[in-house]
Unconditional design. Structure first.
Length: 137
């Protein structure tokens, strides 16, 4: 009689090299958005959540997300998607705070901290991908 649950193995699923390249392209697009924010009159935050490279990267994440299930790349896709959506959420919160006089004292520095957080997540994620490690260990 066969077991309904297959035995667990310690082997990690094989990942296609093209999918790793695809994930590198997504990190490169996010990094380009951060770089645009640093080198132009945009800020890192608004360049990241509102520029074409970053929006294309998130669309690419959703388009190939199912291909990463069960691999270490699944955590990278989750990391990238969450970085984008949390950055958008906190950017909106900071902008709403800036609309009030007292909130501007918190909202403006909040945007600066958010910019550093975005850059950190892009760099940390890309370095972990280079080492072929999952994001959440």
């Amino acid at each position: 009689m066969s077991s309904p649950n297959p035995p667990m193995t310690t082997e990690t699923p094989r990942v296609e090299e093209s999918l790793i390249t695809y994930t590198n392209v997504i990190y490169a697009l996010h990094a380009l958005a951060v770089l645009i924010g640093i080198l132009t009159f945009h800020t890192i935050v608004f360049s990241f959540v509102g520029s074409l490279p970053s929006i294309v990267a998130v669309i690419m994440n959703y388009a190939r997300r199912s291909a990463t299930y069960g691999t270490f790349l699944e955590s990278h896709f989750r990391w990238q998607i969450r970085t984008f959506w949390y950055a958008l959420l906190w950017a909106c919160v900071c902008v709403l705070m800036i609309a009030t006089i007292l909130g501007a004292l918190i909202g403006l520095p909040g945007l600066g901290v958010l910019g550093v957080w975005i850059a950190y997540r892009v760099i940390r994620g890309w370095l972990a991908l280079r080492d072929r490690k999952p994001m959440y260990t």
